[in-house]
Design a protein around this ligand. Structure first.
Ligand SMILES: O=C(O)COP(=O)(O)O
Ligand SMILES: [Mg+2]
Length: 243
């Protein structure tokens, strides 16, 4: 357990690869776009490591399998419009919840923690998806990849949440599946926990600079509970030394 800096009071939860297994939706929407461009479909194995850095990057990466940079620039606007149309049409239809997500969010809320969702997914995709999967009610704040001037791994969205809830970054923990989430959290000065079942750009989660790997959001809730209990003990011990 990481030494306590300050009790955790708020949690920022990532969406794709952390709460929801969205790769099947990405596959469907990207292949709809590729078909319109006359390209062969790609498989989920190809799509999975490309998820997590927002739509622009995803489209460029998936087109880079067939097109050079100049060709990608030439078709980009058409590709993006096509992808968005396909994604909005199928959003959530093949997406599933990872185990213990609802139980984990309930456990976090039961600890009195304030909850925000920060995703690189465009907000027009994220909002209906959270509602459709029964997750929207848990979050008082939701930021998508296009909600603010910069997205993860930039710390800006996490720092904005800290300001929104009026807490210091050390009182906030981010839970995510990728180095993108951890880099943003470290740069913001937040704690960070990593779930091992997500996407992480095809790299091992053990390589992520994180305060801990937790099996699920429910395990993250247990981690925060012990962290805060240890924090209370340290504060009491320090207070007793002063007496
Ligand atoms: O890149 C995306 O579309 C989503 O990524 P995230 O929810 O893991 O931030
Ligand atoms: Mg993610």
């Amino acid at each position: 357990m990481t030494t306590c800096a300050a009790p955790i009071r708020a949690v920022i939860v990532d969406l794709d690869g952390t709460m929801l297994h969205t790769v099947p939706d990405f596959e469907l929407a990207l292949n709809g776009m590729r078909a319109e461009l006359g390209l062969e479909p790609v498989t989920q194995d190809i799509v999975t490591p490309l998820v997590g850095k927002g739509s622009e990057r995803l489209i460029r990466d998936v087109l880079a399998r067939d097109f050079d940079a100049a060709r990608i620039d030439a078709v980009f606007a058409q590709a993006m419009a096509s992808y968005q149309r396909h994604y909005l049409a199928i959003n959530g239809s093949r997406t599933t919840l990872f185990p213990d997500v609802i139980e984990g969010l309930q456990a976090l809320a039961a600890q009195g923690l304030r909850l925000a969702c920060v995703t690189n997914k465009p907000i027009a995709f994220a909002t209906p998806l959270l509602a459709q999967k029964g997750l929207a009610g848990y979050f008082e704040i939701v930021y998508g990849g296009d909600s603010l001037a910069r997205k993860k791994p930039d710390p800006l969205p996490l720092l904005q949440v800290c300001r929104d809830v009026d807490l210091a970054p050390a009182q906030v923990v981010a839970i995510g599946d990728s180095s993108n989430d951890a880099e943003a959290a470290r740069a913001a000065g937040c704690r960070v926990l990593t779930v091992p079942y997500g996407y992480n750009h095809g790299k091992p989660v053990q390589d992520i600079d994180s305060d801990g790997i937790v099996d699920s959001i429910l395990s993250a809730a247990a981690w925060i509970s012990s962290y805060n209990a240890e924090c209370m003990q340290t504060t009491h011990a320090q207070a007793n030394q002063l007496i």
